[in-house]
Design a protein around this ligand. Structure first.
Ligand SMILES: [Zn+2]
Length: 223
């Protein structure tokens, strides 16, 4: 039988969502705990991090991965308010709507440098099909690229700080350790970041797509 959270009616079938004995889901519990967070302390911690990476004009201060949605727009506004000069990076979606394009233009006009990375559409079409038929996600390449492409940009442009958006395990429910985490790692990508069990290495080994066409979907090798 389907169980639903008594507060937000999210069903227990959502991957990684846990509903406790009182019928409340882990996302609602995270939300509840927000009133107990010492935001002044958090602000101090953020200032410390930003101070450490501020470049004073020799490079961009940080990368902000942007889609043009509410989260990334706010991240950019906040970085600008805090005096940083971010390089904004978009991993292009398969079919960007006019509204999506307008949102991206809006971000640029906040006053930032901006790079858009569009992966090979011929390879992308193959990956869309594999994603749909094998793991039920036609947007699989998009869901992986939003995590790998900003990291590639950071390495290529030698910008050591990436300011990521929401922690989805905290916002929408997930294991406690992941919900409290504030650093996005390779392990996180593999466990939660949209791979859905389809590994990038499978694409060359099982589906015969040459590894050299899969660069946008992999973290860069730093040697
Ligand atoms: Zn809930």
């Amino acid at each position: 039988m389907l169980k639903y959270c008594v507060r937000c009616i999210m069903p227990h079938t959502k991957p990684d969502l846990f509903i406790d004995a009182k019928g409340v889901c882990s996302a609602c519990r995270s939300y509840e705990q927000r009133t107990e967070i010492d935001w002044a302390q958090r602000e101090k911690e953020l200032a410390e991090v930003l101070k450490r990476f501020k470049n004073n004009g020799s490079n961009w201060d940080c990368i902000v991965p942007v889609s043009g949605g509410k989260d990334s727009t706010y991240q950019v506004i906040r970085m600008l308010q805090l005096g940083l000069n971010p390089l904004c990076v978009t991993s292009t979606t398969c079919d960007l709507s006019d509204l999506g394009r307008a949102n991206i233009e809006n971000i640029k006009h906040l006053g930032v440098d901006y790079v858009e990375f569009s992966p090979n559409p011929v390879v992308r079409a193959k990956l869309n099909k594999i994603g749909l038929t094998q793991v039920g996600d036609i947007s699989w390449p998009e869901h992986v690229g939003i995590f790998t492409i900003p990291v590639r940009a950071a390495v290529q442009y030698k910008v050591p700080l990436i300011v990521w958006g929401e922690n989805s395990q905290n916002e929408y429910g997930g294991p406690a350790a992941a919900a409290e985490n504030n650093t996005l790692t390779r392990r996180w990508l593999e466990e939660f970041g949209g791979l859905l069990g389809l590994r990038v290495s499978d694409l060359s080994e099982v589906y015969g797509i040459d590894a050299k066409y899969l660069l946008p979907y992999q973290y860069p090798v730093v040697g």
